[in-house]
Design a protein around this ligand. Structure first.
Ligand code: ADP
Length: 319
């Protein structure tokens, strides 16, 4: 291969820039040309492709978001759209594509690979919900942001003896909520991997207050329920002022923490090495601190992220 393309797709995550930098610097060092594609699959479809040089990624290691831009582009699920995209890649004489994104973006990369264009996926999402890797780029930065928010809520919630319900991102993965709840000393955790009954939650909060607790923080993964409704229900049952806070997109922003920068740099470098070794249709991961790669189709269709039950059980003992 002589020329590679790179794009970021789906929800942005801190560390995506560091990953792009890792890919660009490694590829240029290996004598490849690198082309940046704007706004994910949308820019690929619209042929918004430009050549990158080593200075294109200067001062990027510490920047949140993605300088290439990202987009949700549902039309990419249609074959005709993807064929146009492949046509654009071929017109630019690009031989392989690096896709940085979450599992939705992996689906796109899987389809392109099946249709004859080799892609390598790098997991970039704060949700940590991608198979084949222990951690995704952006997760540890988001974790630190969520914990900081919980600390702030704790101050005010303890001063006012109030119950706080905090909604954390993660799509259908409870990792961010669970880890943030442990680090933030939350009393209750509601995550998709563990069945939850409102009555149990309310009873536990009541028991906490009976034991002499002065306030409580409940961490809930998004899409589990309407947190404002839950807060009203808790307030009515426990007879303590209860407020819900939805952290929202705050969790996606900010300068990446060192771990994410290092992870992104390693993954970017590794993705290029895979392409140079002739691998296509792979996704990059870190497992037990080592870089690994898996078949992207297998990762999407067959590999399930293991749930850390032990961590959840530990959390239960800390309330
Ligand atoms: P993430 O990559 O963060 O999971 P999305 O699920 O929104 O985010 O996916 C990002 C983009 O990937 C979508 O907007 C679409 O362009 C592309 N994509 C998602 N699913 C598919 C699919 N089944 N086939 C082709 N492309 C897809």
């Amino acid at each position: 291969i002589k020329k590679i393309g790179i794009l970021t797709s789906g929800g942005d995550a801190p560390g995506m820039n560091a990953a792009i930098r890792g890919v660009v610097r490694t590829a240029l060092g290996e004598g490849l040309e690198v082309f940046g594609i704007r706004d994910g699959y949308q820019g690929l479809y619209e042929n918004r492709i430009e050549r990158l040089n080593r200075y294109s990624v200067s001062d990027m290691i510490n920047r949140g978001g993605t300088f290439l831009g990202s987009a949700r582009f549902p039309q990419f699920k249609e074959e005709a759209t993807r064929l146009t995209a492949i046509g654009n890649l071929r017109k630019n004489e690009i031989d392989a594509l690096v896709v940085i994104g979450g599992d939705g973006s992996y689906m796109g990369a899987m389809r392109l690979t099946e249709e004859g264009f080799p892609c390598v996926g790098i997991p970039g999402t704060i949700d940590n919900d991608v198979a084949g890797t222990d951690y995704t780029i952006g997760y540890f930065t988001a974790l630190s942001t969520v914990v900081e928010a919980i600390d702030r809520l704790r101050d005010t919630s303890s001063s006012h003896q109030r119950i706080s319900v905090i909604e954390v991102m993660g799509r259908h993965c409870g990792d961010l909520t669970l880890s943030a709840a442990i680090a933030g000393g939350c009393e209750f955790i509601v995550i998709p991997e563990v069945e939850f009954k409102r009555e149990d939650l309310i009873n536990e909060i009541k028991q906490g207050f009976a034991k002499g607790k002065k306030h409580a923080i409940v961490a809930v993964t998004e899409h589990m329920c309407d947190v404002n409704e839950l807060a009203a229900e808790i307030e009515a049952a426990v007879k303590h002022e209860t407020r819900a806070t939805i952290l929202g997109h705050i969790q996606r922003g900010g300068s990446p923490v060192p771990y994410d920068r290092i992870l992104a740099s390693r993954m970017g470098e590794y993705a290029v090495q895979l392409l140079l070794q002739g691998f296509g249709g792979r996704c990059v991961g870190i497992q037990n601190e080592k870089m690994v790669h898996h078949d992207i189709i297998d990762a999407i269709e067959n590999m399930k992220r293991p749930f850390n039950q032990e961590l959840f059980d530990t959390a239960k003992h800390l309330f």
